[in-house]
Design a protein. Structure first.
Lengths: 277, 281
């Protein structure tokens, strides 16, 4: 039990360190919040306006069950920010340690290797939740999104999704350690993950085969549950099944990711390539 | 400046372009990225457009009325490929200077007798190969994936539009390069300008859906004309004569921006030389 407490303390210390580093680059911090606004949201809202009839997104009502285009897209940012926590939060942190040559000394401490990724993911999740709250508030105040107070459902949804995000963190950490210069891979995988989660459109428009991949992502179900609660959209699966899928996919991703992370750590220690970058 | 100087500058220009191309070839990962993004980015917006259309005739008609074309995929692919090309051209010169600055070779380059045009745009020429590649990938994706064919005449007209837009865009690239020399890192500025272009220039929407102030702002930016005219000649079969007004505006913008860029770059270079900033980063 005391070992677990020590690991938890180490994870929190790593998360604090990551947040401190993030806070030192204020312009980057601001950019992280507003980037989805100009890169995704505004072009998407204006594309929606191109299809609107009398200002109403009647086409979206056919595919998603709501005409609240702005609310639909702003909630989609949750998937984008959660994925970003798992992908970039961990990838950047590990790459920074690799480049600075501090990864090997850090791994020589008695802290478990998994704890490093847990700390990095906690920092990423804190930033993701903060960025999503700011974006949703911007959506409500500036763009008139009408999100119901039933958004309290976000608390259990986020808690369960975090398990899956940690799994992504482990997987991406393993990839970065193996590839070293994995920027394109992380960027492309992050993009596809967000796309297939239905952040920007209902997954019903995807080809059937691709849609099955979407069902295997926890963020698809997290996002859908939130949209059903806040916007009364049509659920992609029956609600109880969506909860089950959210739990199952999150746990599966965690187990898969942890296994890949530990295997990679073992391989690097055997080969003695941990200090290379 | 005599003929020998000009010939020397041309040789230096070619050498700078070859050097950058060699460096690019050493990172094969970038080849994959130049296949992935020109397809993946617009494709995401095509799916989004399908969701917004909802399979209804009235929404498709609304799109056609606002954009002037029924080709949803064509409209989005052309818009985003123009955006990717713009990104390469706009940030190319500044990025090259910044890379030389970090490597510590910028001061040495500025001590050569080569023209500043060579230093600014020589390395960026290699990016034109990627730009051509992007358009080829997009053309093939449209043809194979959506049955949209682009004929030789449309391609020629599009090349003419690109040619007219190039001075204005390269001038903006040179302005960015001046900012790099003055301030070093310009990541935030680049993101800001890129965001502005994405939000108002009509990569994924016609600017008619913007509020009045947004349309005014869009019409003051060269990429708006480039994207609209590329869409018109490639998808609606518009003759060059019908967009002559836009092309004249683009030419005018090119002249003004080029003069501004020359002035800004000369001043910044003088400042950097006097302050010894060429070797700093």
């Amino acid at each position: 039990m005391s070992e677990l407490r020590l690991e938890a303390r180490a994870a929190m210390a790593i998360a604090r360190k990551e947040l401190q580093i993030f806070g030192r680059y204020r312009l980057n911090a601001v950019n992280q919040v507003i980037q989805p606004l100009y890169q995704t949201l505004i072009p998407s809202i204006l594309l929606g306006a191109t299809f609107a009839i009398d200002g109403e997104a009647v086409g979206l009502a056919e595919t998603a069950g709501t005409t609240d285009l702005v609310g639909y897209l702003f909630l989609g940012m949750l998937a984008l920010n959660l994925a970003s926590a798992g992908f970039w939060g961990v990838a950047f942190a590990i790459k920074r340690e690799l480049d600075a040559g501090t990864l090997e000394p850090a791994w020589l401490t008695p802290t478990r290797r998994e704890t490093f990724v847990i700390g990095m993911t906690i920092a990423g999740l804190i930033l993701a939740v903060a960025a999503t709250i700011i974006l949703v508030l911007v959506g409500i105040w500036l763009f008139g999104a009408s999100l119901a107070p039933r958004l309290a459902i976000a608390i259990p949804v986020l808690a369960i999704s975090s398990i899956g995000v940690l799994g992504i963190g482990y997987l991406i950490g393993a990839v970065v350690l193996r590839m070293r210069d994995a920027n394109f891979f992380v960027d492309a995988a992050d993009f596809l993950f967000v796309l297939l989660s239905g952040a920007a459109f209902p997954i019903i428009v995807l080809p059937e085969l691709v849609r099955w991949i979407s069902y295997l992502l926890p963020t698809t179900h997290a996002l859908d549950l939130m949209r059903v609660a806040a916007l009364d959209t049509r659920p992609i699966l029956p609600i109880p099944l969506e909860w089950v899928m959210l739990v199952l996919t999150s746990v599966a991703l965690l187990l898969l990711g942890r296994r890949a992370w530990l295997a990679t750590g073992h391989r690097l220690r055997v080969r003695g390539t941990l200090g290379q970058h | 400046m005599n003929v020998a100087d000009i010939a020397g500058d041309f040789r230096a220009f070619g050498a700078a372009a070859r050097k950058d191309w060699r460096i690019l070839r050493r990172y094969p990962g970038s080849f994959i990225s130049f296949i992935f993004w020109p397809i993946a980015l617009p494709l995401a917006f095509v799916f989004q457009a399908q969701a917004f259309a909802g399979g209804r005739e009235d929404t498709a008609a609304a799109f056609a009325a606002r954009t002037g074309t029924n080709e949803i995929a064509g409209f989005l692919f052309v818009g985003w490929s123009a955006y990717m090309w713009l990104s390469l051209i706009l940030w190319g010169p500044g990025t090259s200077l910044r890379t030389e600055q970090i490597r510590g070779s910028l001061e040495a380059i500025f001590m050569t007798p080569a023209s500043r045009l060579v230093i600014l745009f020589g390395p960026a020429v290699s990016h034109l190969i990627w730009a051509a590649w992007i358009f080829v990938v997009v053309g093939l994706a449209l043809w194979i994936g959506f049955g949209v064919t682009i004929g030789p005449f449309e391609a020629l007209r599009a090349s003419a539009v690109i040619l007219v837009a190039t001075p204005a865009l390269y001038a903006i690239g040179a302005l960015f390069a001046a900012v790099v020399l003055r301030f070093g890192d310009v990541h935030a500025l680049v993101q800001g300008v890129r965001g502005l272009f994405t939000a108002v220039c009509g990569m994924s929407f016609p600017i008619i859906v913007l509020p009045d102030w947004g349309q005014t702002l869009a019409l003051a930016l060269p990429p708006t004309y480039l994207i609209a005219d590329l869409g018109a000649v490639l998808l609606a079969g518009t003759e060059l004569g019908r967009i002559i007004g836009d092309l004249a505006i683009l030419t005018g913008m090119g002249v003004v921006l080029a003069l501004l860029a020359v002035f800004a770059f000369k001043r910044t270079e003088r400042h950097a030389r006097r302050g010894g900033r060429l070797a700093q980063y």
